[in-house]
Design a binder for this molecule. Structure first.
Ligand SMILES: Cc1cc2nc3c(=O)[nH]c(=O)nc-3n(C[C@H](O)[C@H](O)[C@H](O)COP(=O)(O)OP(=O)(O)OC[C@H]3O[C@@H](n4cnc5c(N)ncnc54)[C@H](O)[C@@H]3O)c2cc1C
Length: 400
């Protein structure tokens, strides 16, 4: 007998779930209905910035022809789920439809966090999450003029680079004392800071966006910072973090995590045996990830469960990564920044272009994590020492 799986959200993780299920469900026991708020099938959101750098929507689309033509899959674009009745096992959509399910997977992702800054709703204020957001930004960009990016993390720097590609002069405002405070320490952030300012970004750290003000035409004209600086700007982009899209949870009677997200166990199960949550919207054992690789592992686990196969529990994610951000190589591994635990820090710098720091456990001397900036060639080698004593000539390993 065919059962109906309803997937809420066709982002990167919802798509991964369906792709895995199509492979694993050889007996074709599932009919899959995907309800997608966006008007475009799932795309590579991680590479979204390349949409302003020559890539088209179809270049970034994840759903291939075989997926779109699969008779088992029904994809309803531009269709949001507005409520779920768990006892009747139905969802209601903004089109007024009611659809029944045997299993429901919430894959509703995240939304950009927009801090409560006066003026944040003015025309000329943008967020940076979807194709539509970037189309709006492209249409509003005025080459030669300035734009302000609120947030100096990874996403903020991507948005600033996008403004640069659109011919604008970006300012970046970050409340922390340095760029990318979640991943980098001050030394690594300095390497990044020097490089991005040489590219023309104007960086304002340790200050907040106090207000955004309109000119006579009613659109953004100035951005006022809490240190008194007034920036002349034609637009503002909020890239100050994300929040899980868990708005359906309360009315469904599902528990939300302390920092939001639908609370699920290590198999991504909610308290209702027919309902799962995966990806950015899931708080796995209370913890949010906001990254695609952990989301894919959650999707794989649920696809196995739905087909009655052995499923791996989701037991946390290694957030080690290497990035090339505006031409600067950055790598983080293990625990890159001390989160309050006492640690021994060993840092090396070569001029202002290369920097490396590792954290060691004060008791065992074992490597806990670290960060490299400017040159990341030793990333794989040094990472292999996590949980072990690093070699005596650490400097040679880190900055060969
Ligand atoms: C510019 C940018 C760069 C990034 N770079 C990286 C990176 O380098 N590495 C990394 O790991 N991650 C990165 N991320 C984060 C990554 O994109 C997310 O972790 C990933 O997209 C999460 O996938 P998801 O399917 O859970 O959510 P999403 O991709 O956000 O998809 C959720 C979908 O659900 C839809 N939806 C929400 N509510 C409803 C509803 N009620 N009904 C129907 N549909 C609904 C949404 O419209 C959306 O289309 C980046 C994100 C951005 C924006």
């Amino acid at each position: 007998m065919t059962r109906t799986l309803l997937v809420v959200g066709h982002g990167m993780v919802g798509h991964r779930l369906v792709e895995r299920l199509r492979v694993l469900d050889g007996a074709r026991t599932w009919r899959i209905v995907i309800l997608a708020e966006e008007h475009h099938p799932a795309y590579d959101r991680v590479s979204l910035s390349s949409y302003l750098d020559g890539k088209s929507r179809s270049d970034l689309t994840l759903a291939g022809v075989d997926f779109l033509n699969d008779p088992r899959v029904e994809l309803l674009l531009g269709c949001s789920v507005v409520s779920v009745d768990r006892s009747a096992r139905t969802v209601s959509t903004d089109r007024g439809d009611r659809i029944s399910y045997d299993a429901l997977v919430m894959a509703t992702g995240s939304r950009p966090f927009v801090p409560p800054v006066p003026g944040r709703d003015l025309p000329g204020c943008f967020v940076y999450r979807t194709f539509d957001d970037l189309d709006a930004l492209r249409a509003a960009a005025r080459p030669g003029r300035a734009g302000v990016v609120v947030g100096g993390g990874l996403l903020g720097l991507e948005a600033a680079n996008a403004l640069r590609l659109l011919g604008m002069h970006p300012h970046v405002v970050e409340t922390a004392p340095h760029l990318m405070p979640a991943q980098l320490d001050a030394g690594a952030a300095n390497v990044l800071h020097r490089h991005v300012t040489a590219l023309g970004l104007r960086v304002h750290c340790a200050t907040a966006t106090a207000s955004i003000e309109a000119g006579a035409d009613g659109t953004v004209r100035t951005v006022r910072l809490s240190d008194g600086t007034v920036l002349d700007a034609d637009l503002a982009v909020f890239a100050a973090g994300v929040r899980p899209r868990d708005e359906l949870a309360d009315a469904m009677g599902l528990v939300r995590g302390e920092r939001g997200g639908v609370v699920v166990d290590e198999f991504c199960r909610t308290a209702d045996e027919r309902v799962w949550a995966i990806g950015d919207c899931a708080a796995v054992q209370g913890r949010l990830y906001g990254l695609v690789a952990p989301g894919y592992r959650m999707a794989d686990s649920v696809a196995h469960q739905l087909t009655g196969q052995h499923a791996e529990p989701f037991d946390g994610a290694d957030t080690s990564t290497t990035l090339k951000l505006l031409g600067v190589r950055i790598a983080v591994f293990g625990v890159p920044v001390s989160d309050g635990e006492p640690m021994v820090e060993v840092a090396f710098a070569e001029g202002s272009d290369r920097y490396a720091k590792v954290l060691l456990s004060p008791d065992s001397g074992h490597l806990v994590g670290g960060v490299l900036a400017g040159d990341t060639g030793s990333w794989a080698a040094v990472r292999s020492f996590i949980g072990h004593q690093p070699p005596a000539d650490l400097e040679q390993l880190l900055l060969p």
